[in-house]
Design a protein around this ligand. Structure first.
Ligand code: DQA
Length: 159
């Protein structure tokens, strides 16, 4: 089984970005831990981070098994069984992103380091959550690991 780990805008800055909110763990460290968990679970993961919304949408199409349009930027061209996605600020705004995920029927779990429901009003709504298998937020970096274990358990159970 192969799972994609997708991170959206500004998450490349983890480690130094508002550490009082997002912690001091870097994205590379999170991905490193997920590789360890993947080995334990006997699955494969592919990881990618995007600062451009269209690039993430192109990648989702490819991960959902749709042929990429000519000239598409993504280097993720493999079909996966599901995805974890921390869409950063696009979580709160991007119907296009939700449409991409539902458009290719990619099962996904939404992840946030912070508890978005306890933050500024504009962060308290997710346009993705209604289409997600589940949502893990507020647990910091460990939330990615929990989300991966949960998604794999669901998929293995045939859900
Ligand atoms: C975030 C929460 C979002 O509101 C914010 O825009 C981010 C990070 C989180 O992981 O807590 O970029 O998704």
């Amino acid at each position: 089984m192969k799972i994609a780990i997708l991170n959206g805008p500004n998450l490349n800055l983890l480690g130094t970005r508002e550490p009082e909110i997002y912690g001091k763990t870097t994205l590379a460290e999170i991905e490193g831990r997920l590789h360890e968990v993947a080995a334990e679970l006997h699955i494969e993961i592919v990881v990618a981070q995007f600062n451009h919304e269209g690039d993430l949408i192109d990648a989702i199409h490819a991960l959902g098994g749709r042929p990429a349009a000519p000239g598409v930027a993504t280097d993720l061209r493999e079909k996966v069984a599901g995805a974890l996605i921390n869409a950063g600020a696009w979580t709160h705004t991007s119907l296009a992103l939700r449409d991409a995920l539902t458009g290719v029927s990619l099962p996904f779990v939404e992840v946030h380091l912070s508890n978005i429901f306890a933050r500024e009003p504009e962060r308290r709504h997710s346009v993705l959550a209604g289409a997600a298998r589940g949502l893990v937020c507020g647990l910091g970096a460990v939330g990615y690991e929990l989300a991966l274990r949960g998604l794999v358990a669901q998929l293995r159970a045939g859900k």
